[in-house]
Each structure stands twice: as structure tokens, then as C-alpha cells.
Design a protein around this ligand. Structure first.
Ligand code: AMP
Ligand code: MG
Length: 394
């Protein structure tokens, strides 16, 4: 059944892509080669050949649609890479980020909440949490990865599948206040310790042992605190996919879309720019403008139209204000952040949504990021560097 839906999804997206030339749909990257959109009737049923050297693959991971446009000399190379990319994303979810799967570090760390013993982290996750905590400080707490118990009350993950899930109830002020009392990045403790000579960590592979050889980091979550890395998951995916692309030479250009997050890499054979559409929050089916980019970039967007639920005509979206535990009241409908690093572009877009255009743009600039804000009154405000890359199309 799942396969049937995947194939349906593939056909729908293939139809969307075929003949669209420079535009693959709202908020998505435009491969720019367009062309045949011819469905390959071959074994996988999962790719579309759109030009001599352009290959497209569609699948799902991290609760979203992953669309890969790859420039490769032949189909085998492209398909091999696309599978590696999917394995990487599934692995990130399974081993690091998921709060639902008991195989992931986040799940296992959450399970130790309140136990004085803490949880030994992989080096990668420890470093991710450190940069996340720095972003929390620099955003004056707008960005906070410790809101898990509150995001669960809002049932945000269910909204992705259905915008009006049956039986949804808005959490009461009291329940929110109680859940919030266990949150707060400043209460999260990470402790780096020297690893004893020859010390081995049960259940970890040889490679992971080596990675963690010099130091180890233990996380301590106070009672009731739960991590939620939803604001940086796709960004981490983009960063890791960048490393995967950089570690090989056959794929000369790529545009990989992870829901609203887009990674560009390398170049097109004809040397033209990557063209990335920015969704119009007032009409999700169209773009408000296009970014023209060269080479590797991570583009992250956070918006109140991405995931929400409507109750009695009121829209409750998925970006929460850590001060109230409720959807952030922001003058922004959508914000797009552009940076080489995916983890930070993703974290920043979430923080910028809450902070609004003035503080948000200043914060993004501190990280060397370009930003674009679409305000509730329809106005577009953007950083100077973004002005050179963005053309409005509405
Ligand atoms: P994004 O779409 O990247 O802005 O991330 C939104 C997701 O991050 C939500 O679905 C929550 O899982 C989580 N989240 C919500 N509010 C915050 C916040 N203030 N700081 C960090 N993560 C958040
Ligand atoms: Mg984000």
C-alpha cells in the first residue's frame, strides 16, 4: 500500500515537473533543464529523464517529500547517488533525530530525562546541540530545541499529514504552562569529559568508537524536558548531503529539495544559474519570486502556512514562541534564509520567524546569512545581499 502511494506521489510530481522547464512548483528548486518529462518505464519506476544528463528522483524521508535533480553522466551513477542520499536521510532520522523511533539518539536521550545519569551522545549530535544552544543564546531564546513536551501537546507532527486532524484540541493555558516549566535551553546541560584509555561504548560500531575517541559528551535533561530537533532536521540533512556530494566527482550539479528546504550544488552543464522559487504564503500554489544562485547553497524557509491546524476559523501554526508555548504571534508569514551551512540556515529561519524582520535580519547577518521576510501585509523586506539574488514575480 505504502509503495502504491509512493508511486502515485511520484507520478503526481513527475507530472508537475514535466514541461515546467524552469519551475518545479511552489517553493521548490527549478532544475532548469525541463524537457521531456518522460517517465522511464524501467525497473525502479522512480525516475524521470528530463534531458541527456538530468535525472530526477522522488521519495519521502523526515516526514516530507524529497526531490532530487541530479546532473550525472549516466543513469546508473545518478541512481546510485540518489539511493545513497536517501539512505543518508533515513539514517539521520533513524539514528539521530527522531523522537518517535527508539533507535535514535534523541529518543534515547529523551528517555533519560530526569535521571541524574544523563546520556552519552555521538560527537555529531553533541556538536549539533552545541551550535543549537549558541543560536538559542544569540536569538534571546526564540530558538529552542527543548520544546518537545510542548510541541507534543500541540500534536504538530500529525498536522503534516492532515491540516485538520480529527479530535484535535487546543491545549489549555494551564497544560501549556506546566509543560513549559520543563523547557528552556539554559536548563540543558552538556558535559564533555576525557575518555578513559581503551574505554569502549556498548552498542557502538568501530567507526563511531573512533569518532568519539578523544572526548565524550554527556547530555543531562531535567525532569520532563524533551528534545525536539524539528527546526534543524532538514538543515542537518542538507549539510550532510553537501558532504556526500563533495566526497564524489560524478555528480556535477544537484538541486535537492527536502520539503521547503533546498540545497543547490555545483553547476548545470550550460552554466546557467540555479533558480529557486520562494512560495507565496498568500497563495501556496505560486511563487512570490525567484532566487538566482551559483554553486552550493542551503535555502531554508519557515512559514505559518507550512504546517497548521484551523479551529473555529483560527489558524494555529507550528512555530512556537518559547515564552508562551503557543504559535508565535509574528508580523511575518514566511522567512527564507540563505547560507552555505544547512543546519544554521534551518535554525535561523525558525528563529527569524519569531524575531521578525528587524531583529531576525540582524541575527542572520551575524551568521553571514542573507534573509528575506514576507510580512502579513504582503510587504517583502530583505537583506542587501538578497536583493542582488531575488527577483519578484508576483
Ligand atoms: P521550521 O519549519 O524549520 O521552522 O521548524 C519548525 C519545527 O521546529 C516545529 O514543527 C517544531 O517541531 C519545532 N519548533 C517549533 N517552535 C520552535 C522554536 N521556537 N525553536 C525551535 N524549534 C521549534
Ligand atoms: Mg528551521
Amino acid at each position: 500500500m505504502k509503495h502504491f502511494f509512493r508511486v502515485l506521489l511520484f507520478i503526481a510530481i513527475a507530472a508537475l515537473c514535466s514541461g515546467c522547464g524552469s519551475q518545479n512548483g511552489p517553493g521548490s528548486a527549478a532544475g532548469g533543464q525541463g524537457g521531456g518529462g518522460q517517465k522511464d518505464g524501467g525497473k525502479t519506476g522512480q525516475n524521470v529523464r528530463t534531458a541527456e544528463t538530468t535525472w530526477q528522483y522522488v521519495d519521502t524521508a523526515m516526514g516530507t517529500v524529497i526531490q532530487q535533480t541530479l546532473y550525472a553522466p549516466d543513469e546508473e551513477t545518478a541512481r546510485d547517488f540518489s539511493l545513497q542520499a536517501m539512505e543518508l536521510l533515513w539514517g539521520l532520522e533513524r539514528e539521530r533525530l527522531s523522537w518517535r523511533l527508539d533507535t535514535s539518539e534523541v529518543y534515547r536521550a529523551n528517555a533519560t530525562s530526569g535521571s541524574g545519569e544523563g546520556f552519552l551522545l555521538s560527537r555529531d549530535l553533541a556538536e549539533l546541540l552545541e551550535s543549537g544552544m549558541e543560536l538559542s543564546e544569540r536569538s534571546q531564546g526564540a530558538f529552542d530545541m527543548t520544546l518537545g513536551s510542548v510541541t507534543r501537546l500541540w500534536n504538530i507532527d500529525e498536522w503534516a499529514a492532515e491540516s485538520n486532524p480529527e479530535g484535535f484540541q487546543i491545549p489549555s493555558r494551564e497544560t501549556l504552562a506546566q509543560a513549559l516549566s520543563a523547557c528552556g535551553y539554559e536548563k540543558l546541560r552538556l558535559e564533555w569529559e576525557e575518555r578513559d584509555e581503551g574505554e569502549r561504548e556498548e552498542g557502538r560500531g568501530e567507526e563511531e568508537q573512533e569518532e568519539n575517541e578523544r572526548e565524550k559528551c554527556r547530555i543531562f535533561l531535567p525532569e520532563g524536558m524533551q528534545l525536539d530537533l524539528g527546526a534543524v532536521g532538514k538543515g542537518l540533512g542538507m549539510s550532510e548531503l553537501t558532504s556526500l556530494l563533495e566526497g564524489q566527482s560524478s555528480i556535477t550539479g544537484a538541486v535537492i529539495s527536502l520539503g521547503g528546504s533546498i540545497l543547490t550544488y555545483g553547476s548545470k552543464p550550460d552554466g546557467s544559474s540555479w533558480r529557486v522559487g520562494i512560495t507565496d504564503p498568500f497563495d501556496k500554489s505560486s511563487n512570490i519570486g525567484i532566487l538566482s544562485l551559483e554553486g552550493q547553497w542551503c535555502i531554508s524557509t519557515s512559514g505559518d502556512y507550512e504546517r497548521y491546524v484551523e479551529v473555529d476559523g483560527v489558524r494555529y501554526h507550528h512555530i512556537l514562541d518559547p515564552r508562551t508555548g503557543a504559535p508565535a504571534v509574528s508580523q511575518v508569514r514566511g522567512v527564507t534564509v540563505l547560507l552555505k551551512d544547512g543546519l544554521l540556515s534551518d535554525g535561523l529561519s525558525t528563529a527569524c520567524f519569531i524575531l521578525g524582520p528587524q531583529e531576525g535580519m540582524a541575527l542572520a547577518a551575524e551568521y553571514g546569512a542573507e534573509s528575506l521576510f514576507i510580512l502579513s501585509n504582503g510587504e517583502i523586506v530583505m537583506s542587501e545581499g538578497m536583493e542582488r539574488l531575488f527577483s519578484e514575480t508576483r
